[in-house]
Each structure stands twice: as C-alpha cells, then as structure tokens.
Design a protein around this ligand. Structure first.
Ligand SMILES: Cc1cc2nc3c(=O)[nH]c(=O)nc-3n(C[C@H](O)[C@H](O)[C@H](O)COP(=O)(O)OP(=O)(O)OC[C@H]3O[C@@H](n4cnc5c(N)ncnc54)[C@H](O)[C@@H]3O)c2cc1C
Length: 691
C-alpha cells in the first residue's frame, strides 16, 4: 500500500486550497469584515442571549430567578463542617424548585428532559460550584445511576434521590482504579441461601475513594463492584448495587466504614470521602437490573451477551454526567468572563492618549486579547453544547418511547450512541480545560481585586480545577475521542480490499469525518450556502482549513497504528502507546473543527437584520482564525497555509479584538449571569472602592 503517498496527496489537496485562493482573488484575504461601530447596540444582547440559550430558553429563564439569590453564593469562611452544612441547605433550595428532577425518566416520575439536569447545573455553576456539584452528585450521579440502570423495583430509591429523603453517593472510583474502572476490585457475591449480595472491599486498593456525599451526608450509595454468582469463580463484570452506608442518625451502617478526605483544593461545600465494606449484606433486589439480573437461585441473566459490551452499555447510559460537568464548566467560565470583562470596562490604569485621564483596561490590546479570545471560544462551546443536548434529547426520547433499546440497538443506533459518547467526551474535556485556562486569565485580568475572595474569581477557579479530572479525566477522554474515530474509520476500512483501503485513506478521510460531523451542518451544506472566495474570512475556507488539519492528523494516526493490527497484544500496545500524542492531537483537531462548524451553523439562527449578526460573525472569525493561528507552525510545516497567510490571520485576530472590544459588555450581558454574582465590591466606583 502506498500510504506515505497518501499524506503527500492530502497535503497537496490542502496546498491547493492555499494557492488556488491566492490566484482566485488577487488579495487572498478579501471579504474582511468592517470594524464594528464604536458605540455598541444593546439591542444585540437579547438576540445573542436567545442564541446562547437555544432551545432551552424557557427552562433557563425560569431557573435564573431561582439562582439570583444571595443565599446561594459560595460560603468561603467557617469550618469545613459549617460550609458543608450550608451547602446542603442550598441543595435543598434546588430540590424544592423541582425542575432539576424533570431530568428523571417518566418511570420515576420525571419528564425525561435532559436539559432539566444539564441546564440547572450550568446555571448553578454561574453562582456556586459546590452547590452545582453536590446537586450533580445527588440528582445526576446517585439519582442518575438509579434512573439509568435501575427498573420498576428501584422507583422508591429514585424518588428518594429526587426529594432528598435518600441522600446518596455514586461510588465507582477506588483507591486503586479511577480511570480504568473495568478493573475495580470491590466484590458483590450472591448468596442464594439468604438471597442477598455480600459487598466486600477485599484489598486496600478496593477502598472507594473521593466519593461525593460520602464524608458526611450520604446515607446510601450506588456501588460499582465485580459481580460473582455461585456458578463460577469468574466475575460477571462490573455491576451497580444500592447499599446503605449510614443509618439515618449518621452512624456507619453495619460492616461499612466511611471516612473523610477533609480539606481539598476546591469545592469545599462537597463532602468527599472514602468507603470500605466488610461483608455487607444487601437484598438481591438492590442490584440495578436494567441490563443484567440474578434470580433467587443465583442464575445470572443479561440481555447483553458480551461482558465487554455490557460494561460499556452501562457506562454509556451515564454520558449524561459528562454533559452535566461540561455544561457546569462552561457556566462557571462565563461567570468569570462576565466579571473580568465588566471590571475591564471600569478599571483604569495609566494615561495613554488623554492627559489626566487613565485608560480603561479594555482599551489595551493585550487585555482585549486575553479576554475576548476565550470569550469567543465560550460562544463556540455554547453553540456546540446546544447541538449536543438536542441530540442527546432525541436519544432519550427514543429510549423512553421504547424505540431505542440500549441493550439491543440497531446497527445505526449503535453507531449513533458511539458518536454521542465521542461528542460528549470531547465536550467535557474541552470545557473543563477551557474553564481552567480562562478562569486563571480572568483572575489575573482583575489584578489584586481578582484575588480577593469577595470577588468570587478565586473560588470559581479553585472549584473548576478538578473538573478536568472527574467524570473522566480529560486526557483519557481525548484518547477515547481519538480511539472512537480510529475505530469507526477502521471499521469502514476493514470492509474494503487492500487496494480500496489505500485509495480510501488517500481520498476519503475528509468524507469520513464529514459524515461523522453528527451535530452541525455538513461542510457541503455550508459550502452550498456560503459563496466562497477562498479568503480566510469566508466561513467555508475557515472550515476547510481546520478540516484539512483534522484529516491530516487522523490520516497520520491511521498510518502509525495500522501496523498494530497484525501484531500480538504486547507489541500492538507499544505501537498504540507511541502514537498517543497523535491520538490526542486527533481529538483536539476534531474538536476544533466541530466548534468552527457549530459557530458557522449558529449564525443563520440569528434574526435577519439583528444587530447581533455582525458581532456574532466577528466572534466566529475570531474563534476560527485564532484556532488557525494557534496551529500556525503546523499549517506552515505541512504546507497548508503559506507564511503570509498565517501572518494575515494573526493580524486579523488583533483587528477583531479591537473591533469587538466596545461590544465586550454586550457579549457578556448575553450570558445573563445573575446580578448577585456581578454585584461584587470590585465593581464599585471604577474598581477603586475595595472597602
Ligand atoms: C473532588 C473529587 C470528586 C470526585 N467524585 C467522585 C464521585 O462522586 N464518584 C466517583 O466514583 N469518583 C469520584 N471522583 C474520582 C474521579 O472520577 C477520579 O479521580 C478520576 O476518574 C481519575 O481517576 P484517578 O484519580 O484514579 O486518576 P488516574 O486514573 O490514576 O490518573 C492519573 C493521571 O494519569 C493519567 N493517565 C491515566 N491513565 C493513562 C493512560 N492510559 N495514558 C495516559 N495518561 C494516563 C491521567 O490522565 C491522570 O492525569 C472524584 C474525584 C475528586 C478529586
């Protein structure tokens, strides 16, 4: 196979893009946007807000009233126990409002509305991430596990999770295993004599660790354990069982030992702890039996034959948790950006042009760059999030209507599930990383004021730190994205002759990726809609440039790992390991393209003649061009864009932040961050009154 040539071909195609463009228009960068009016049109706020809220506007508007409550702001002083107790009261307010519970399935009295959970968490994260995450643990993880993996016989537990009468934990991670949960060591052994499961922690590594609600408030836990039945010494794989961990008075249940992780790097209102089990007996019915069950006599049955597929089907139903964490990260980031942008519009330092009048921070180029570039990315992630949630809602509706059986999906459904899992993994990792980078930048952009707890940025920053790790470590999730792309691609290739495969790699990786774009308009439909001149200011060109990188990186990954197909396990693992950086790069390039695509797609949803159109278009330019600039070396090394065009993109990024700067408050006002969050001491008297 002439696969190395494939790369050359691919690059030649990409070069074509660059050279053709230059020829076509004389000036390759035609269609440059004009500078926005220096006086912003505040009428743009509502249209931008509608675009951000997307199909979930009504729900978010209702929640905004609830969260604009000073009581919900994070408590940062007091003992750990006081902070945790206070946070539990806040979660009760969330529960009383009743909307987050609408995310549960109709079986359990909910409405099967994915956004009820995800949007609630996103908005709570704009005010208080401890409350957001404790709510996420209670409703999304503990409640979510029962809802997704349980059946009629667990309705009582689901209802208890919903009304807080049963506070619970999601006990998956152990000291020994966090990312690799297939190797968990906790055991659940069925005893037919008593018709009970015996839950045990046989090794030090099997101690459940970092578990939310485990240190103080949890009375119950959804425990993930290796399941054993009398017929065999071999595990039937990881299953989930409801176990009482504490009595109602707070003492440990018989055989259970809970302990407290104590102080940690953030999320002080969440009580994370450890749990060990010493032959704890629970009724047979406590096994969450949607996908597998154990009969009274100990006979094991499952609607999914393959142990591996059973495990991944169970995990797949928990994708909702990743959407929740991703949306929370996005929410916290928007709150931080709103604070920093508003501060930049009132804070003055150094006289520049006008004697006697210092300039506002937002007047400085670097300040514009540090805030507006991440702001544009936040918009891109929001557009992507709406598409992803809509897609997940369709899946949920189909499952609830009995049209989609996760245990026995059609081939098409199976493919779609895998794709949703890939999109969710990208979304969670991208938003968590973005939150950490951006909140640090926001803190610094507010100088010393940004470091004062009363201005909230340090709390937000500390709280989102761990978002990169829980609900799937970001690096592991990027590997999952890369592997899923590779597997899907490999599957298509494996159905071809060697000649077909070689040809396929050369010409069709682009088609493959485009067909798997899943949630936004296809590249082709965008090409059909937008008249392209080849300028870097054309939506089509921006998309084609980022897609050329995605294609190339995946192509290069395929070439690196395909030799592994004929190797034994050990050697194959070495090959895969050596390609790990390419795997991660593939995931990032895939995500970049999805985000550019989502931005382009969203533009058409703004009303004709809306003052928001021009400003949103410039945000898209900023995001797309910065994505290209970020990979400038790659584009030049691979001959996709000549140095001159990369330089033009860099200059354009600066022009765009200058153009957008007067509109910066409009852009963050559209986030609709609750006023209680924005009313910070640093906002008083031009940032000079820190009394
Ligand atoms: C505050 C907090 C709350 C939590 N809440 C819960 C909860 O309620 N319930 C629950 O079950 N769990 C919870 N967790 C656990 C969390 O999900 C795990 O910490 C997470 O999955 C990572 O697992 P680990 O800590 O074992 O890290 P490891 O898996 O040991 O990973 C450590 C590092 O190694 C890297 N790494 C691992 N494998 C590879 C590889 N193959 N290639 C390259 N790099 C690799 C990872 O990227 C990571 O940076 C919580 C954790 C924290 C800190």
């Amino acid at each position: 196979m002439s696969l190395p040539n494939a790369t050359k071909e691919d690059v030649k195609d990409a070069k074509h893009l660059a050279t053709d463009t230059t020829k076509a228009s004389g000036n390759p960068e035609s269609n440059q946007p004009s500078v926005l009016p220096s006086t912003p049109d505040v009428n743009a706020v509502e249209d931008l807000a509608d675009l951000l809220d997307g199909p979930f506007k009504e729900r978010k508007e209702a929640l905004r009233e609830l969260i604009n409550d000073p009581f919900l702001l994070p408590r940062v002083e007091g003992t750990l126990d006081e902070i945790r107790a206070d946070n539990l009261e806040k979660v009760k307010i969330v529960a009383e409002n009743g909307r987050i519970q609408e995310s549960f399935s109709p079986l359990n009295g909910g409405q099967g509305q994915v956004s009820a959970g995800v949007s609630s968490l996103e908005l709570l994260a704009q005010v208080n991430n401890s409350t957001c995450i404790k709510s996420g643990v209670q409703f999304g993880l503990w409640g979510g596990a029962i809802d997704a993996l349980g059946t009629e016989r667990h309705i009582e537990f689901a209802k208890g999770a919903m009304d807080l009468s049963k506070l619970g934990c999601f006990a998956m991670t152990e000291m020994g295993h966090g990312s690799n949960v297939q190797q968990l060591e906790t055991t659940a052994t069925y005893d037919p004599e008593t018709q009970e499961f015996v839950i045990n922690s046989p090794t030090p590594g099997s101690k459940k660790a970092y578990i939310g609600n485990a240190a103080r408030d949890g009375r119950w836990a959804a425990v993930f354990a290796q399941l054993y039945t009398p017929d065999s010494d071999e595990s039937k794989g990881v299953h989930c069982i409801i176990v009482r961990i504490r009595e109602e008075d707070g003492t440990d249940a018989p055989g259970v030992t809970t302990s407290d992780h104590g102080h940690k790097g953030g999320l002080l209102g969440v009580d994370n702890g450890m749990i060990t089990f010493d032959h704890v007996r629970v009724p047979r019915e406590n096994l969450l039996n949607r996908f597998a069950d154990v009969a009274e006599d100990g006979t094991y049955s499952s609607s999914i034959d393959s142990m591996n597929r059973r495990f991944f089907t169970m995990l797949g139903t928990l994708v909702r948790g990743r959407l929740g964490v991703g949306a929370s990260a996005a929410g916290a980031t928007r709150a931080g950006l709103a604070l920093a942008v508003k501060y930049a519009n009132i804070r003055r330092q150094f006289e520049a042009g006008d004697p006697g009048q210092e300039e506002r921070l937002i007047d400085y180029r670097q300040h514009r760059r540090r805030l507006l570039i991440p702001l544009a990315k936040s918009y891109a992630l929001a557009m992507f999030q709406n598409n992803l949630l809509e897609r997940f809602q369709e899946y949920t509706d189909a499952v609830n209507a009995g049209e989609w059986d996760p245990a026995n999906p059609t081939e098409q459904q199976s493919f779609a599930s895998r794709e949703t899992e890939t999109l969710a993994a990208f979304f969670k990792s991208a938003t968590a990383t973005h939150a950490n980078e951006t909140l640090q930048e926001c803190r610094e952009a507010c100088g010393g004021a940004g470091y004062m707890s009363e201005n909230l940025l340090t709390t937000f920053r500390a709280d989102v730190d761990i978002f990169t790790t829980f609900e799937g470590d970001d690096t592991i999730l990027r590997q999952l994205v890369g592997k899923n792309l590779l597997t899907a691609y490999g599957k298509e290739m494996s159905e071809m002759s060697p000649f077909g495969m070689a040809k396929y790699v050369v010409s069709n990786i682009g088609d493959f990726l485009t067909r798997r774009s899943g949630i936004a308009a296809s590249v082709q439909s965008i090409s059909d809609r937008v008249a392209g001149t080849g300028s870097l200011f054309d939506a089509e060109t921006q998309l084609r440039v980022v897609q050329s990188r995605e294609e190339h990186v995946l192509n290069s990954l395929v070439r690196r790992v395909q030799v592994a197909r004929k190797m034994d396990r050990k050697d194959a693992a070495k090959v895969i390991n050596r390609a790990q950086d390419h795997l991660l790069e593939t995931a990032i390039a895939y995500g970049d393209r999805m985000l550019v695509q989502s931005m382009i797609d969203a533009e058409d949803r703004l009303p004709e003649n809306s003052p928001a159109r021009q400003v949103f278009e410039q945000l898209r330019h900023l995001f797309a061009l910065e994505t290209i600039v970020k990979n400038a070396d790659w584009y030049q090394e691979h001959g996709v864009l000549p140095a001159g065009r990369v330089k033009a993109a860099k200059a354009a990024v600066n022009d765009l932040v200058d153009s957008l700067a007067p509109w910066s408050e409009v852009l963050v006002d559209a986030f609709k961050i609750p006023q209680v969050v924005l009313d910070r001491p640093m906002m008083v008297n031009g940032g000079t009154d820190l009394s």
